[in-house]
Design a protein around this ligand. Structure first.
Ligand SMILES: NC(=[NH2+])NCCC[C@H](N)C(=O)O
Ligand SMILES: [Mn+2]
Ligand SMILES: [Mn+2]
Length: 311
């Protein structure tokens, strides 16, 4: 396969120092080499342009949407890169940065395909709006905006209106959900698999259900957005909003094995690494890379299987 690395060095969405250094950390630890070693082609289109604004301007767009303007602007730029990458028959692999980038990724992906599904693996729902958000941090809102819920400046990124239908949205592993988010989840009828549900029904069963639903729907593109805080706090100390009771590394691998081998995943985000607050041994970076290696290995196995069948 051919992958395009797209860096998004942003922390406006989490309003905490460090997340903007994510792309740099992935490159320093040679993510491109890793992808090559697993047998793929890889290009790096560099970093998306992020407008510079001072912290004093953070509330200038809206009182509960911090950095609204620069976030809307950079997401437009990101959407364009993602869209062009797909038109080039290349897989966009978006490196965060905070999760506010989900809006741009999804906007670009949804313009390329007829209808998309979004799998959102995260400790959080990220379906807040300016009316429900306890923090005003836009990284807690991208999935709502993509469904056309929230502020017009966010719901109209790249092009006007809805990017993904709620019925095609699958949140998995959420365990820190705000009360307003539960209401939005219920109202929109999106597919919410909280960690409580995952533990009750079993991870394998939940994955199976999601795969079946997606394969029985009429989508032609599947975007997978991975927030590393889906993993347990103990294995990802270097993320801004770490939450306990998360997935183990092996469960993370199981999720990717199954989704990549049985669904046609067409694009991905890998977000919320904050190297500044990682522990001394770089535990978070190390665990991220273990997972990344597994991801690209699985893409290769899938590709080999597909070409075998084609012969
Ligand atoms: N992408 C993330 N890590 N999001 C965390 C969101 C936390 C909280 N729900 C908020 O809206 O402020
Ligand atoms: Mn999260
Ligand atoms: Mn998130």
């Amino acid at each position: 396969m051919k992958f395009n690395l797209i860096g998004v060095p942003v922390n406006y969405g989490c309003d905490r120092n460090g997340a903007q250094f994510g792309p740099e950390a992935f490159r320093q630890h040679n993510i491109a080499d890793l992808i090559k070693k697993e047998g793929h082609k890889v290009q790096d289109s560099g970093d998306v342009k992020i407008p510079k604004v001072s912290p004093e301007e953070k509330y200038s767009g809206h009182e509960n949407l911090k950095y609204l303007e620069p976030i809307a602007e950079y997401n437009h730029n990101l959407a364009e890169v993602v869209y062009n990458t797909l038109n080039d028959d290349t897989f966009p692999f978006v490196l965060g940065g905070d999760h506010s980038l989900g809006m741009g990724s999804i906007a670009g992906v949804s313009r390329h395909f007829e209808e998309i599904a979004v799998i959102w693996i995260d400790a959080h729902g990220d379906i807040n709006t300016e009316d429900t958000s306890p923090s005003g941090n836009i990284h807690g809102m991208p999935l709502a905006a993509s469904m056309n819920v929230g502020n017009p400046r966010l719901t109209n990124i790249y092009y006007k209106g809805q990017k993904v239908k709620p019925e095609n949205v699958y949140i998995i592993g959420a365990r820190d959900i705000d009360s307003g988010e539960f209401e939005i989840a219920e109202k929109t009828k999106l597919n919410l698999y909280t960690m409580e549900t995952v533990r009750e029904k079993g991870l394998a069963n939940i994955i199976e259900q999601v795969i079946e639903k997606i394969n029985n729907s009429s989508v032609d593109g599947v975007h997978l957005s991975f927030d590393i805080d889906a993993l347990d706090k103990s294995i990802v100390p270097g993320t801004g909003t770490a939450v306990s009771e998360g997935f183990s590394l092996n469960e993370g691998k199981e999720i990717f094995t199954k989704f990549i081998s049985r669904l046609d995943i067409t694009s991905m985000d890998f977000v919320e690494l904050n190297p500044v607050i990682d522990d001394e041994d770089g535990k978070t970076v190390k665990n991220c890379f273990e997972l990344l290696r597994h991801i690209f290995k699985t893409f290769k196995l899938r590709e080999e299987r597909d070409t075998e069948y084609a012969i």
